[in-house]
Write a protein that binds this ligand. Sequence first.
Ligand code: AMP
Length: 546
Amino acid sequence: MLGLMQDWPLLMHRIIDHAATFHGARKVITRSVEGPFHTTDYAQLRGRSLKVAQRLTKDGIKLGDRVATLAWNTWRHMEAWYGITGIGAIYHTVNPRLFPEQIVWIVNHAEDRVLIADLTFVPLLEKIADKLPSIERYIILTDAAHMPKTALKNAVAYEQWIGAVDGDFGWAAFDENTAAGMCYTSGTTGHPKGVLYSHRSNVLHSMMAMAPDAMAASSRDTILPVVPMFHANCWGLALTAPMVGATLVMPGGKMDGASIYELLDTFKVTFTAAVPTIWLMLLQDLEKTGGKLPHLKRVVIGGSACPRAMTKTFQEIYGVEVIHAWGMTEMSPLGSLCTMKPEHATLEGDAKLDIQMKQGHPPFGVEMNITDDEGHDLPWDGKKFGRLKVRGPAVARSYYKVDNDPVFEVSGWFDTGDVATMDPHGYMQITDRAKDVIKSCGEWISTIDLENLAVGHPKVAEAAAIGVKHPKWDERPLLVIVLKKGEVASKEDILAFMQDKVAKWWMPDDVVFVDEIPHTATGKIQKITLRQQFKDYRLPGAQAAE
Ligand code: AMP
């Protein structure tokens, strides 16, 4: 027997309809790519999204067609998302930080028909356009006055393009399982892999994200998504913010510490989210300028492990609560958030920080487990670590145009490639990426733990631990350090600081100082490049062991 409830498909445009109807005057403020701040509201944003939908239809774009966006977080990029998905076409966010050859590869793989880009990326597109045969038209997110002269095929300024229709248009109707968005994983090995979100998964994910034990977003919040829309849907915030009617502040292309501080301060942002490298820049800026964060209440930090020192600084110096989060492009992306359960609610200082080092517990809609390599369940004792597996309605079940990838297990679980522990309270802690963990004499050393510890040293800005070949122990840890500007420290200083804080056999065999640690297009430490760079590195004592 079927229930007798209404059939109300979970479609993305219902989010912007809701925002326009019930929070229509709530502001969406952007640092525009052209320079000045721009202000609109949800009612106007919806109206212009409808124009995007109408204009795409006029241009012959249909259900299932892919429309690429190469763009920063701005109101126009949001209008494009809602307009594209409102006719059942698919937004394909392209990460501009990828190498040009990777951009060419993914646009061709997705067979995008239209490419919507910010002014910033016109020179890049001009270099690669002849390798993008599927693109019929380039739409540049600007007005006629700022439109550059360009030979890009059928190039048009966005304002002119939507200005040619009247907005008298209705959203299309289709099944909630229809594809809505597409994002390729950064792919450290092999080609990038396309994740194809559906309307249903995007809407459910936003509902999961706004819950009190997740991001706790509300109409009283002013939300600054620093994490880009091209990085895993900006963790859902371009959907979650309108869903709850929050004021939205979009950073455009400027993400240095001073620019982010200006937004936090000027617009009294209460809630923000980004990867640790962004917060490293902000905290360094605050240290220099003496700036304060009186309005900011919560900061979600994820994408890579949030160092203890960062959480401590935010909470104890600036009074901002840190929510450590873990997720993946394949998960829309939220997987877990470290909010306090009642059993931890009264913890303070180091005891609280101990919990916050964990990546947290999943919201409803994410199932989670750890297994050994043979797929046997491991105990949730907070010690035993194994392969982290997840499933749920906003988790991918396949990559686009890739059959039978073994990470999607027949049992329905997705093998994340991360290694983690689960504790008796259901908190998950990432030990490492399976590929990055250091294997010393058959035992595993967590690079994340070593890095977290090293960045606790007051002179260290960033640290990366990698395994280097050792004739006796297979691999031993090498610690690569970037010192804060103007600071001096020796290998002995760093090792003395770490001494007694980790097991003796986890201690790095050597420390090297570099000016810069390479990062991936999504801000993670590029371990593969570092391992390559230090592949012939001779650890002290290695020769004696040969
Ligand atoms: P992406 O799909 O680019 O968001 O990358 C997902 C991967 O980032 C995960 O599989 C983890 O390896 C890593 N990651 C994300 N959040 C965290 C976190 N809080 N701590 C450690 N690693 C993380």
